[in-house]
Design a protein around this ligand. Structure first.
Ligand SMILES: Cc1cc2nc3c(=O)[nH]c(=O)nc-3n(C[C@H](O)[C@H](O)[C@H](O)COP(=O)(O)O)c2cc1C
Length: 445
């Protein structure tokens, strides 16, 4: 029976998850643009024996954000490749969009990271929500939600075929015979699909994990379907234990529909947190962050997340009835509209309460209290672990590693050392066997 413990992944971006984190720290606001700041976060994650760190991404920025919080949306794969060289254990999960890239390119880049990190690569598969991104990619309008997810299904299918393009034993390295790899062990995808045609194999053998670990964070029904079919880690959850237990069961049932075993997916809900040595200290730190936040940023950000154009609303009036009646445009919108209905609150007031993503957990307190929350959720079967969203980086992550992890260890639910080598080992995920059905061996030339 494999060792069971709480799995821990952490958000590793910028100065922290709270938009005002950069304003309450001593650091240079440009620090987030230096590799050293990522390296510091990764080292803390390893000190806390975390399973993985992840970098979010969108291939474009909503310009209003540049005023309010540090922008460091580097290509996550490049940052992770740099971190692979200075870390030994922690998993490296990069986000990349299926809407604004091609399967051969991403299959190659993630498998490269898997080699460079000796089996620690993961891909957070996103379909990209921000419509403005389309204008950076040449003319085509931003595809509707259903199309983006349909494309993502075929996309991941092709990527998996590419990752399976070389048999595990293809590399022979027989110097005497002059045979580096067996050509008969190549299986070009020869994929001809609705959206993609991909002919040939990658230019290097199957990567250490077989497939880099697949991650999904979409919250809509279509997002959950994509997760159920492909994902091994899921970053969304629900705000209460009861809802989270039901959500986990739903994802597992849907995964079973796709023929996957019940232990194929680990659910790691996002967990934003602020820590202090006493409750009062934690609340004061959180209040300091809130005092430094901007009401202008909050309403513009909520409008973006709900896909409401700023010109459609007056931030100092309640959401117009016509908008509410037309129904939410995003999965976050569904949560927000439900809160807005029947209240006199202005959109600005509504937005001010969301320091975190609407519908997510939001913790402020002591290490002891956080360890208790984590243990309760885990023991109740509400989560396999968490995606930590430290409000202030690196401060809150360091407090977590040095004060929460030892408590979890004492409670017998956190590892005492890394026992595996790969990201799959950390999460107890099986190494996939190549699926051969759809590919055919290369014809002899
Ligand atoms: C922890 C977490 C991390 C996420 N990271 C990203 C990201 O880096 N890039 C992105 O475009 N979306 C990201 N998302 C958003 C989701 O991929 C998705 O777009 C959103 O939840 C809306 O879901 P839907 O498109 O299925 O409605 C993240 C969501 C969560 C909960």
């Amino acid at each position: 029976m494999p060792e069971r413990h709480v799995h821990l992944n952490t958000f590793a971006h910028g100065s922290g998850y709270h938009e005002a984190a950069w304003r309450v720290q001593e650091r240079d606001p440009a620090e987030v643009l230096r590799l050293a700041s990522y390296e510091e976060i990764a080292r803390i994650a390893e000190r806390g024996l975390l399973d993985s760190l992840f970098l979010a991404d969108s291939p474009g920025v909503a310009e209003f954000r540049t005023e309010f919080l540090p922008q460091s949306a580097f290509d996550p794969l490049q940052v992770m490749a740099a971190l692979a060289a200075v870390t030994e254990h922690v998993g490296l999960i990069a986000t990349a969009s299926t809407t604004y890239s091609k399967p051969y390119d991403l299959a190659r880049r993630f498998a490269s990271l898997d080699f460079l990190s000796e089996g620690r690569a993961g891909w957070n598969v996103v379909t990209t929500r921000i419509p403005g991104v389309a204008e950076n990619f040449g003319g085509e309008p931003h595809p509707p939600h259903a199309d983006r997810y349909a494309r993502a299904h075929e996309y991941v299918e092709v990527v998996q075929k590419l990752w399976d393009g070389w048999d595990d034993d293809a590399l022979v390295g027989d110097k005497a015979a002059g045979l580096w790899a067996r050509r008969a062990s190549l299986h070009p995808p020869a994929h001809r699909g609705e959206r993609f045609d991909v002919a040939s194999v990658l230019g290097f053998p199957r990567s250490p994990q077989g497939h880099p670990v697949l991650v999904q964070a979409g919250a809509s029904d279509a997002g959950i379907d994509l997760a159920a079919r492909f994902a091994e880690l899921v970053f969304i959850g629900q705000p209460t234990i009861a809802e989270a237990v039901a959500f986990r069961a739903r994802v597992q049932r849907r995964a079973a529909d796709f023929g996957r075993p019940s232990d194929a997916i680990r659910i790691l809900p996002a967990l934003p947190f602020t820590l202090g040595s006493t409750d009062a200290e934690a609340k004061a730190l959180r209040a300091e962050l809130e005092a430094a936040s901007s009401s202008e940023f909050r309403w513009r950000n909520l409008a973006a997340m709900t896909e409401i154009e700023p010109h459609e609303i007056d931030p100092d009036a309640p959401l117009p009835a016509a908008l509410l009646d037309a129904g939410p445009r995003t999965s976050i919108g569904a949560t927000v509209y439900a809160l807005a209905r029947g209240r006199e609150q202005t959109f600005r007031q509504l937005a001010e309460q969301f320091a975190v993503r609407p519908g997510a957990l939001d913790f402020t307190g002591t290490p002891e209290e956080l360890a208790t929350l984590i243990e309760q959720w885990w023991r109740a079967g509400a989560a396999d672990g968490f995606t930590l969203m430290p409000m202030v980086l690196p401060r809150d992550l360091a407090l977590f590693a040095d004060h929460v992890v030892p408590l979890l260890q004492r409670r017998g639910i956190a590892r005492h050392e890394y026992t595996g080598r790969t990201l799959r080992d950390h999460y107890g995920l099986a190494r996939p066997r190549p699926a051969r059905a759809a590919s055919r061996p290369v014809a002899a030339a």
